[in-house]
Design a protein around this ligand. Structure first.
Ligand code: VGL
Ligand code: ZN
Length: 212
């Protein structure tokens, strides 16, 4: 057995979108999502630096199928910034569905990044909106604090985690995906695509048991 990885002060755990709407009974429930909550609570105790993210949409957000007559949920449409999957309404700003999962318990998390707040554009990555140029400010936060290796856990593996991994790599940060603390939505082949992308990026795939 290889020795466990012990996170250092340059490491940060980003806990992605562990919100009610992505969990059982939510409007965009990710299969088996509730099972990541306890392992993530435990994992977070190994990190000095933890950031939480929240998907945080206005009620007429462009990613909602309802506002595109003639289209249904999970259709893909072309937007000025590229292809966009259409979703059920989810994570509406200040709604109960946008709250963190009630069992998520990470008191030392120092920042919350909210994304998808602009009605006109979706945002999967915690770093940039889907135009890939409008920043959330997270790169600056990490750089200023000297955090250069990011560990990703949460929802959904094939959207927010995948695109966050891409953007972090572009900025020269090392990326570790804590795979058993993530779950995919898996729509239109997105899971297989995400796994191929993690390989292409050279992202390190670990289980929470690999981390002390
Ligand atoms: C996400 C679908 C819609 C995500 C957000 O954060 O993975 N997926 N909105
Ligand atoms: Zn969303």
């Amino acid at each position: 057995m290889s020795p466990k990885l012990i996170p250092t002060l340059r490491d940060v755990l980003i806990v992605v979108d562990v919100q009610r709407d992505f969990c059982a009974g939510g409007s965009l429930a990710v299969p088996d999502a509730d099972h990541v909550v306890a392992p993530i609570n435990h994992l977070a105790r190994s990190f000095t630096h933890v950031i939480l993210t929240q998907d945080w949409h206005p009620s007429d957000h462009t990613s909602f199928a309802r506002i595109h007559p003639g289209h249904k949920v999970y259709d893909t449409i072309m937007m000025p910034y590229g292809p966009q999957t259409l979703w059920p309404e989810h994570c509406i700003q200040s709604s109960a569905g946008a709250d963190f999962h009630p069992q998520l318990h990470i008191p030392h998390a120092a920042a919350i990044i909210r994304k998808g707040t602009d009605r006109r554009i979706d945002s999967y990555s915690t770093f940039y909106e889907n135009d890939r140029v409008t920043p959330t400010g997270l790169v600056g936060y990490l750089k200023e604090r000297g955090l250069s290796r990011i560990f990703l856990a949460g929802l959904a593996l094939d959207f927010c985690i995948r695109y966050s991994a891409e953007d972090a790599s572009v900025h020269g940060m090392e990326v570790v995906v804590v795979h058993d603390c993530c779950r995919p939505i898996d729509v239109n082949g997105s899971s297989a695509e995400a796994e191929a992308e993690f390989r292409r990026l050279g992202a390190r795939m670990l289980s929470c048991n690999d981390i002390d």
